[in-house]
Design a protein around this ligand. Structure first.
Ligand SMILES: Cc1ncc(COP(=O)(O)O)c(C=O)c1O
Length: 374
C-alpha cells in the first residue's frame, strides 16, 4: 500500500527491536562491533559513526523517500551540504547559479571556489533565455532556490531541468524555503535536492542540519557521499533524531505557516505604508500563476518593502512585539530581519524586511503589524 507523506512521516521511525520503544533511541556510540571476515566492510556502513549511524540512516531514508530520491546524505548544515557538492566538482568545471539566493552560498562560491578554479555565472533563473545562454560545454551544475531567499522569486523547475539535461549538466534545487510539502523538485526533473533542515524540517529553532538528496545513485552521488564520510561533515545523532521528530509534524506545521502567511500577506498588501509584498501565493505577485502550478502550498517566508525607505523598515522591526528581530526562518516563532544589514556584499533593497511567519495566531500577528505601522 502506498502511504501518503503524512502517514509515512509518522511511521518512518523504527521501533527499537531491543526494547520495543516507539521513539527510537539516540545512538551515541561512535563505534560498532562488526564481523571480521577478511572481506569488505558491512554494507550498512555501521562501523564508525562518521561512516554511518542508525539515527542518520533513519533520517536519510525518510528524506529520500519524501522527496522521491534514491539516496540521501544528512550533513552538518545546509551550508555544509552545498560546500560538499562544490567540493565534489573539479577545477575547470562551470556552475550556473541563481543571482538571488541565500548569501552564504554566494560567499562560498566567490571567496573559496572561484579562486580554486570553479567558473560561476549568476543569472536570473526566472529568465529562461538567460539560463539557456549561460550554458557552456564545461557546465556541470545549475543551482537554484525556488522561492529564493530573500527576494522570494520563483523559477520554473521543469523548464530549467530540460535546459540542464540538454546541456549535459545536473540541476540542483534548494528546497528549503518551499519545503517538500509544497514541491518535490526530483519529480519536476531535478537531479539533486538540498534542504537546510534547520528551517521547516526540524521546525523549532533548535537544530542545525542539512541534507543532500539524489535522484539516482550515480557516480556524482557516490563522490559526494564519499567526500562526506572521508571529510566528516556528518550530522550528529542527536540532530538527526530531532530532525526526524520534526518531520513527523512538518506537513501540518507547513500548512499552518502557509495559511498564516497568506492572511498576513493579504493584510500587508492593502496597507498604504507597504510598497510591495513579495509572496508568490498572493495574487499581486507577478509569478502567482507559476506558484499555483508548481507549488501545492505556500511557504511561511515572505519579504516586504516599505514605501518610506530604509529607516522606516528598521523602525518597523523595533516597534513590533510578536515578531522577534532575528535571522533564520521556518520555526514556531515569527521572525523579522533587515537583510541588507546582515548580508555580505548585499544587493538587497534597503527598504526590504524578510518576514518568517510562525505558528502564532494570524490575527495576533496582524494586530501587531497594524500597531507597529500606525
Ligand atoms: C535557502 C537556504 N539554503 C541554505 C541555507 C543554509 O542553511 P544552514 O543555515 O543550515 O547552513 C539557508 C540559510 O539560511 C537558506 O536560507
Amino acid at each position: 500500500m502506498t502511504l501518503r507523506p503524512e502517514t509515512d512521516a509518522v511511521h518512518n521511525s523504527m521501533i527499537d527491536p531491543a526494547s520495543g520503544a516507539i521513539v527510537p533511541p539516540i545512538v551515541l556510540s561512535t563505534t560498532f562491533e562488526y564481523e571480521t571476515t577478511g572481506l569488505d566492510l558491512p554494507e550498512d556502513g555501521l562501523i564508525y559513526t562518521r561512516w554511518q549511524n542508525p539515527n542518520r540512516a533513519a533520517l536519510e531514508g525518510t528524506l529520500a523517500k519524501l522527496e522521491g530520491g534514491a539516496a540521501a546524505q544528512a550533513i552538518a548544515s545546509g551550508s555544509a551540504a552545498m560546500l560538499t557538492i562544490f567540493q565534489a566538482l573539479r577545477p575547470g568545471d562551470h556552475i550556473i547559479s541563481s543571482d538571488d539566493m541565500y548569501f552564504g552560498i554566494r560567499v562560498q562560491l566567490n571567496e573559496f571556489f572561484a579562486p580554486w578554479g570553479l567558473g560561476v555565472s549568476y543569472v536570473d533563473m526566472s529568465d529562461l533565455d538567460a539560463v539557456h545562454a549561460a550554458v557552456r560545454p564545461e557546465t556541470k551544475l545549475l543551482i537554484l532556490e525556488s522561492p529564493t531567499n530573500p527576494m522570494i522569486r520563483l523559477a520554473d523547475i521543469a523548464a530549467i531541468a530540460d535546459i540542464a539535461r540538454a546541456g549535459g549538466a545536473r540541476l540542483l534545487v534548494d528546497n528549503t524555503v518551499a519545503t517538500p510539502v509544497a514541491q518535490n523538485p526530483i519529480q519536476l526533473g531535478a537531479d539533486i535536492v538540498v534542504i537546510s533542515l534547520t528551517k521547516y524540517i526540524a521546525g523549532h529553532h533548535d537544530v542545525l542540519g542539512g541534507v543532500v538528496i539524489f535522484a539516482a545513485e550515480d557516480d556524482f552521488a557516490e563522490r559526494v557521499t564519499r567526500l562526506q564520510r572521508i571529510g566528516g561533515s556528518v550530522l550528529s545523532p542527536l540532530n538527526c533524531w530531532l530532525a526526524l521528530r520534526g518531520l513527523q509534524s512538518m506537513a501540518y506545521r507547513v500548512r499552518a505557516h502557509s495559511e498564516n502567511a497568506r492572511q498576513v500577506a493579504c493584510f500587508l498588501a492593502e496597507h498604504p505604508k507597504i510598497e510591495r509584498v513579495l509572496y508568490p501565493h498572493h495574487p499581486s505577485h507577478p509569478q502567482y500563476e507559476l506558484a499555483q502550478r508548481q507549488m501545492r502550498v505556500g511557504s511561511g517566508l515572505m519579504s516586504i518593502q516599505l514605501r518610506d525607505g530604509r529607516q522606516a523598515a528598521i523602525d518597523l522591526v523595533n516597534r513590533l512585539n510578536l515578531f522577534t528581530s532575528a535571522t533564520s526562518f521556518g520555526g514556531t516563532h515569527s521572525l523579522i530581519e533587515h537583510r541588507e544589514s546582515i548580508e555580505e556584499g548585499s544587493s538587497t533593497p534597503g527598504n526590504l524586511l524578510r518576514v518568517s511567519i510562525g505558528l502564532e495566531h494570524p490575527a495576533d500577528l496582524i494586530a501587531d503589524l497594524e500597531q507597529a505601522l500606525r
